[in-house]
Structure formats: structure tokens, C-alpha cells
Design a binder for this molecule. Structure first.
Ligand code: AMP
Length: 141
């Protein structure tokens, strides 16, 4: 599949769409999922173009996973989560809806079921509060 730079994450990277950013470095970017499956649901993407895990270069994949590992503890601790689910979808048949490779970091709480994938829009105020907590925890780490 050819990369289409009109996808929403490419627009977020270009600043054409807003997002609740929690982390950025020269290679990667992380922000709140707008339809969170749980409090603190965060997405990590590379800044360079790639549709999925097959398309992305090994170097960029490493950069992206390093960011997942780097910010995961801050997400877990700031959300007071019991665990973290890391998810990554490849192709529409597998559930991928945005064709810019990304990792989901989804806090899990004992006894709390996950909301549906790409279900309802999150409350913007809650997204902003959670993003701020996560940003502060990353900065403090
Ligand atoms: P996937 O289905 O794995 O491709 O995941 C795409 C994710 O992007 C879904 O969980 C959506 O809720 C999320 N999403 C879609 N549009 C936006 C947006 N504008 N800002 C933040 N997250 C988004």
C-alpha cells in the first residue's frame, strides 16, 4: 500500500490538525487517542512516512518502539494503571484505520473492560487533563 500523506496523523505532524501532544523528539511523536479505549490511551508514531509495520524501516521502528518504552512508565504511573496494553494494527482487515504506522499504549485497570476500538470520541477536557498528567510524568522521569 502506498503511503497517503492526507491521513490524519500526517496532518497532525504537519500541524494541520490539533492534538493533545504528550511527547516529541526529532524522530517520534506521541499524543492522546481521540477515541480512547481507556483513560490515558496514547499513540506513538514516527515522524517519517510509513503505512505499517511492514513498510517502516528497521531504524524508524526502533526509534518508535524506544519512545513507546520511554513514555510507557509515565503513562502507567500518571494514570495509576495496573498494566499497559501495547497494540499495533496492520491493514484494514486487522483493524487499522489510520495508515501511518503507530503503536497504541492503553492503560489497563483491574476489573475495567476496554472500550471499543475507534469507538466514541473522548471528552476533550478529560483528554487535556490526562495529557497534562502524562506530560508532567514524562518530564519528571
Ligand atoms: P488504528 O485503528 O490502529 O489505525 O488506530 C487509529 C487510532 O487513531 C484510533 O484509535 C482512533 O481513535 C485514533 N484517531 C483517529 N483520528 C484521530 C485524531 N485526529 N487524533 C487522535 N487520534 C485519532
Amino acid at each position: 500500500m502506498t503511503y497517503d500523506d492526507s491521513n490524519v496523523f500526517a496532518k497532525i505532524l504537519r500541524g494541520e490538525l490539533p492534538c493533545h501532544k504528550v511527547y516529541e523528539d526529532d524522530k517520534t511523536f506521541a499524543f492522546m487517542d481521540i477515541m480512547p479505549r481507556a483513560h490515558g490511551h496514547t499513540l506513538v508514531i514516527p515522524k517519517s512516512a510509513a503505512t505499517d509495520l511492514i513498510d517502516v524501516s528497521p531504524e524508524t521502528l526502533c526509534d518508535t518502539v524506544r519512545t513507546v518504552q520511554r513514555i510507557a512508565p509515565a503513562i502507567r504511573d500518571s494514570m495509576e494503571a495496573d498494566g499497559l496494553l501495547i497494540q499495533q494494527f496492520n491493514g484494514a482487515a486487522a483493524g487499522q484505520t489510520v495508515f501511518h504506522v503507530h503503536f497504541h499504549i492503553i492503560p489497563r485497570f483491574e476489573g475495567v473492560a476496554l472500550l471499543p476500538h475507534a469507538g466514541d470520541m473522548g471528552d476533550p477536557e478529560v483528554l487535556a487533563v490526562n495529557a497534562e498528567k502524562i506530560r508532567q510524568a514524562i518530564e519528571a522521569a
